[in-house]
Write a protein that binds this ligand. Sequence first.
Ligand SMILES: Nc1ncnc2c1ncn2[C@@H]1O[C@H](COP(=O)(O)OP(=O)(O)OP(=O)(O)O)[C@@H](O)[C@H]1O
Length: 466
Amino acid sequence: MIKIMIFLLFNKLVAYLWRTIIKKLIKGESVSTGNIAEFATSHRHKETRKLLVLCNPKSGAGRAKDIFRDKVIPVLEEAEIPFDLHLTKHANYAREFVRTSNLFQWTGIITVGGDGILYEVLNGLFERSDWSEVVRTLPLGIVPGGSGNGLARSIAHYYGEPYLPSPTLPAALCIVRNHCAPMDLVRIETTSQIIFSFLSVGWGLLSDIDIESEKLRILGGQRFTLWSIARLIGLRSYGGKLWYLPADQPARDPKENVTYSCNIGSNTDLAIDSNLEAKGRPRVDSWYSANSKRSAYFSATASSYQSAAEEAADSRETNGGDGAEKPRTYGPASQIPALTASLSDSDEWRCLAGRFVLVHAGYQSHLGGDFLFAPDATLNDGRIWLLVVRAGASRAQLLQFLLGLSSGAHATTKTFEGLVQLMPVRAFRIEPDAGEDGCMTVDGELVDYGPIQGEVFPSLCRVMVP
Ligand SMILES: Nc1ncnc2c1ncn2[C@@H]1O[C@H](COP(=O)(O)OP(=O)(O)OP(=O)(O)O)[C@@H](O)[C@H]1O
């Protein structure tokens, strides 16, 4: 009996402490114990919200389910936001779920896990013929619980939010606030598939470290350090061509984040548009008009991206025409030459040929919790940040370069001038030399080694932000 009482008292104490922490984090106000309820009440919405939560219980150290139960549910309950929780049962569960469910019964999709579960959800959305309506109406919320949480870390960075020591509470509050921002996506074409990517494409050293160190998962984050040393000792380079379309528009001020209420209606799309134009960013349609014969099909909304996709579907089989088994990928149609078409050095396309230690294309500031890849990136800058390290660098330089990745020093340090390039582009293509093998990754997932290209689609989806 005494044990039960102690247990109950302990639980009450934990709950009390938890509420106190939440209170302090909410705008730093020091208020009475009713404050979390006050905050939640003020963020209750007149219209009904119901969230779909997809949680990967195997992500990270296997704590995603506990994180959601202990840290997120109390906040959602205070805000009286109902949700349906689905635990993923196997790889690709979330992708299939998103592809086949009636998603319109929910007002947003929350992933609890790492970047891998989000990658599945996103690509499941683009396997739906109504993808345009879905990405327009359903914002994505991210609760970090994996070993790779690049997007969650980036969102915290863009909005000056705390991330460490515990990123969960800011993420939960983010869901409750119901603020959204448009996010760029990159359409990736390989010889065998179309992928929609929110984080990165990698070829060479960083992808090798990421993939090859997976066998050392038991070591946690240390696996990257250990394998980095191993890869530096057995340093490889890869031959091939890197094509890119430089970004010719000035970048938006990273501090100017476009945020709006997640409640969507026909006016929301207009709001996105005018926000971007007001900040000197060209409309998506005018951006494309300089690059596309099909520009008439485009405007800044996902729904009008669709008409071009439908048109393109007639002329190009997006899945390589390999039969009915594989779900078809929809999404906006490509505006650059197909991967099978050759490129030529022109005013627009530039080419670097030779041997590379790595080529890494990223579209967020952080590609991992402590991996500040592109310090100037924003959620919707319409840019891909292309990091190129050519062969010829010494091991000592590369070690310094790798150490600089955690702070972004690789992008700013003069030591790396001439060795490391970080440039904003709109599209890129990697053509590895035939006869060599290696790792290529999209959002940290291994893809077939071979030609690969990507192009940015500005503001294609929406994510929940602080
Ligand atoms: N129930 C499950 N069992 C095993 N694998 C799963 C399950 N649910 C999802 N997955 C797979 O786990 C992979 C990694 O998920 P996630 O990104 O959430 O975690 P993570 O710890 O960050 O992983 P990683 O470090 O490998 O990227 C996803 O690609 C997904 O396909």
